[in-house]
Structure formats: structure tokens, C-alpha cells
Design a protein around this ligand. Structure first.
Ligand code: MG
Length: 480
């Protein structure tokens, strides 16, 4: 579940040139990296193998979906012509899979998920893995997914497809990556290293701050454990040069933070809430100052966050997530709720906590996933696979007609897909599985287009919705 109600989410000015979607799409960094591949027409799984001898595939599905005829295809399966026909059938649909609770549960892969992924990859279908997990590099998430599914982490069916909650930050403008950002999460130093790999130049962690000013946090500061790794503040800045918090005369070496990035669920809520609070009440993000505008009833939001304070970005708002423990565990959304509670007390209930949210159900994240699907695996079956691996032939947008989001969380997966209406008119449909946080038999807070037992049945439902009436679970999990 997610804590989205009442969140004050605004599109930032630096993302707002043109339409929101256009602003996001204009960033080249969203284009796929070399090394991704598509299924070449001559190497894909023949129809007979996937759908059995009675399979009836053939003509491209048109609206409204109807049973697809395979007349003339059976018996030719495996030939280039037959494979090409298959690719045309599936070339304008795609899938977005949530990971936790969909492809695995705890440390156990969902039975049949591995074979299903290999099967749809062999058919050249486009898909991404869209998770609100974070705090780790995308490649690390691929490795953990591969381990749970019993696959190799360099399999094309997995490689290069993971979008974690903070992945959209890869596409942020270079000018933003030049800014000084405070970054925190479960392992702030790891988060910083990932941010640097994304291109951020000046990332500061809470550990840096308490090492730079031992008066900043008057309690056990965990310098020997969680906050043992620190770096000097960038550009010779100081966290202790300000003596009068209310003075407008800010020393030139005072640390100024431009953005606050909550990378994933923080471990040290106390320190993080303290530091985030300090920046949100500051004058223009100078640590150790207090804005004179705070509480000014003549200003929007009673003057709170109206003085050039850093934007607060939360990488996801999931209140809970599913683990091996029988009761769902708190996620980043719980931290946000705690921060919001403190903020309400500080502002005496007068002010909203203003922040931006990434991760599902955020539109930013769905736009990012949609762009990846449009570019990464386009023109299935006709693009030379080697060219795609070199990063060529993928800068063209290949239209989609329908995308199926398969998730376990009504508040994030389903809500996001139901509400997402990309500018190109692609339809996003939502499929809810019973293997994750949603408890079957209860009314989902956001109603999906379909409820299925698991991710394999989700694919079966989707393909039948496309008119492939005789596709079966057994055929998808036969092994590839
Ligand atoms: Mg999930």
C-alpha cells in the first residue's frame, strides 16, 4: 500500500519545458544502452513449441480483439516467414512486470516465471521489470532476480530491463546532476556511488554532515557503523560556518543543498528527519539557517518551503512491502509518513509537506518505463540483433498499442497503470496477481482489469485478450 493521499506533488520547473511527458522524453539519457538485444526473427521459438500443435496464431490482431487464426501457419512454424508473422502479432504490445511479489516472493521464484520469461523473450516481445525497490544498482537487481529465478544474470531475457525506483534520475539533465544533492537511503554510501554512476557530481550523505559538524546531531551518531563512511564536503564547503541561523549574511563557504534525494527506505530515520527538516526550514538550502518566511500567512503554504529550499524527491511511496516475514514490512512510504508527521507538528498543521515522488504509481516512472518500451525493443523481428547490441537502430520510436502492467500492489502497480495515459495513445492495462502484498478475497483499493493467480496466468490473460485464444499456461512454462 502507498501513502499517496494528500501528498503535495508538483512538477518541477526544470522538468516542465513543454508537456511533462515531452520534457522527460527529450532527454537522451533515456535511450537504451548498447548491449540490449531483441529476438532476431530466425532465432525465436517457433509457434508450435510455445502454443502446441493446435495453436491458432496468425493475422495481426485488430480492435476489437478476436480469435487469431493460425491457418497457414501451422506446419510452417520455425521458418523465417512464420516467425516474422509472429513478431508482427506481438510487435505492438508490451509488458511491465513488477518484481517483488510477482516474479518472486521472498527468496523463492514464482513457479513457471522463469520459463515464461524465456518464452516471451524468444517471441521477441517487449517488456521491462518495473520495481519500486531501490538502493541497489540496476545490475545488482538483475543478479538478485536471476538468483531467485534460477537463471543466469547475463541472460538476455533479464539483462538491461530493470527499472528501479531511482532509475528515472539517470535521465535528469546534466545541469541538475551538477548540483549539490543530499542523498540518503538504506545504505547512503551505496546510494551515492550509484548516483555518481548516474552522473551526479556533488552528492552529500548525512554521514558527511555529522563528520563535518559533530554538533549537528546530539545523540549516538552511529559513526562506527551505519555512518562510518564519509567524504569531505564538495568544493571545500563547510557545515559549521554559520553561527546565526537567522542572519541573511551567509558565509561564502556555507554548504548549500539544491536537492534532497531519498534514494530508498532510510535506516536512520532520526538523523535523516533532522537533516531533511533543517534543509526544508532553511534559507535557500544553506544548512544551519532558518528562513524568515516560515509561518508567513501571506505566502502560499504559510511561507513554508517558499524560500528556495531544496526540492525533496522520494524514490517511492510504498508503505509496505512483502518479505518472508508473515507481516508486511515498512517501506519508504512509512518514512515519508513519519517525516510528514514531524512536519505537521513543526508547522502546527499549517503547511503541506511538498515533495516529488518517483516510483509507481508516479506518472514520472510510468513515462520513463513507457519510453524504454518504445525504444528498447522496437521493431522486433526485423532489426538486426547485432546492430541493436551496438546501440544502433534503437533511437526510433516504435509505437505500442497496449501495455500490460502485472503487479501485486493495488496502490502502486494497479493505481499507476490505471491512471497512466501516455500522450501517444497507448493503452495501459492492469493485472493483479495473488502472490504478493494484496490479500486475495479483499477488495483491491484500485480495481485492475484482471485478477489472476500468478504472473504466468497474467500473460495467459493478456495474450487471450489480444485474441490468442488457445494460449495455455502449460505452453508458456514448458521450458525454453
Ligand atoms: Mg510488488
Amino acid at each position: 500500500m502507498m501513502a499517496g493521499a494528500g501528498a503535495c506533488i508538483r512538477r518541477p520547473s526544470w522538468l516542465a519545458s513543454g508537456t511533462g511527458a515531452g520534457a522527460l522524453r527529450s532527454q537522451r539519457a533515456w535511450l537504451p544502452a548498447a548491449g540490449r538485444t531483441v529476438c532476431a526473427s530466425t532465432t525465436c521459438t517457433p509457434a508450435k513449441r510455445l502454443f502446441g500443435h493446435t495453436s491458432r496464431l496468425g493475422e495481426r490482431v485488430v480492435k476489437p480483439p478476436k480469435a487469431v487464426s493460425a491457418d497457414g501457419l501451422t506446419g510452417q512454424a520455425g521458418t523465417p516467414a512464420a516467425s516474422h508473422t509472429l513478431h508482427k502479432v506481438f510487435s505492438d504490445i508490451a509488458f511491465a512486470f513488477d518484481i517483488d511479489g510477482v516474479l518472486y516472493q521472498g527468496h523463492r521464484g514464482i513457479p513457471g516465471a522463469r520459463e515464461m520469461l524465456r518464452a516471451i523473450h524468444a517471441l521477441g516481445m517487449r517488456y521491462v521489470f518495473l520495481t519500486n525497490g531501490g538502493g541497489a544498482h540496476e545490475d545488482a537487481k538483475v543478479r538478485s532476480l536471476a538468483r531467485r529465478l534460477g537463471m543466469k544474470d547475463d541472460e538476455d531475457a533479464l539483462r538491461g530491463r530493470v527499472i528501479v525506483s531511482h532509475t528515472p534520475m539517470r535521465g535528469w539533465a546534466d545541469s541538475v546532476k551538477e548540483q549539490t544533492v543530499l542523498i540518503t537511503g538504506s545504505h547512503p554510501e551505496t546510494a551515492r556511488q550509484i548516483a555518481i554512476e548516474y552522473g551526479f557530481k556533488r552528492a552529500v550523505t548525512p554521514a558527511d554532515l555529522i563528520h563535518a559538524n559533530d554538533k549537528l546531531y546530539p545523540f549516538d551518531n552511529l559513526k562506527d557503523t551505519l555512518h562510518s563512511q564519509s567524504r569531505p564536503l564538495p568544493n571545500g564547503k563547510s557545515a559549521s560556518s554559520i553561527e546565526d541561523a537567522y542572519s541573511a549574511d551567509v558565509p561564502p563557504n556555507a554548504l548549500q543543498i539544491d536537492k534532497i534525494l531519498v534514494w530508498n527506505d532510510p535506516r536512520d530515520w532520526s538523523l535523516d528527519i533532522q537533516v531533511i527538516h533543517d534543509l526544508l526550514v532553511s534559507h535557500r538550502g544553506y544548512l544551519g539557517t532558518v528562513s524568515s518566511k516560515n509561518g508567513d500567512a501571506t505566502l502560499p503554504n504559510y511561507g513554508w518551503q517558499q524560500d528556495g529550499q531544496p526540492e525533496l524527491w522520494i524514490s517511492n511511496l510504498d508503505l509496505f512491502w512483502k518479505t518472508d516475514y508473515p507481516v508486511n514490512r515498512f517501506g519508504t512510504g512509512a518514512f515519508v509518513e513519519a517525516l510528514r508527521g514531524v512536519w505537521s507538528a513543526v508547522t502546527q498543521g499549517a503547511a503541506e509537506l511538498e515533495f516529488h515522488a518517483l516510483g509507481k504509481p508516479s506518472e514520472y516512472t510510468y513515462e520513463y518505463a513507457h519510453e524504454r518500451l518504445l525504444h528498447d525493443y522496437g521493431d522486433v523481428g526485423s532489426v538486426n540483433a547485432a546492430a541493436v547490441q551496438r546501440g544502433e537502430g534503437t533511437r526510433t520510436r516504435h509505437p505500442l498499442r497496449r501495455v500490460y502492467m502485472i503487479g501485486d500492489n493495488p496502490e502502486s502497480d494497479i493505481r499507476g497503470a490505471n491512471g497512466f495515459e501516455p500522450a501517444d495513445g497507448t493503452e495501459w492495462k492492469s493485472i493483479l496477481v495473488k502472490t504478493g502484498v494484496w490479500r486475495a478475497g479483499t477488495e483491491p483499493s484500485h480495481r485492475p482489469d484482471a485478477v489472476v493467480d500468478d504472473v504466468v496466468d497474467g500473460i495467459v490473460w493478456a495474450l487471450r485478450n489480444e485474441g490468442v485464444v488457445d494460449v495455455t499456461r502449460e505452453a508458456l512454462t514448458r521450458g525454453a
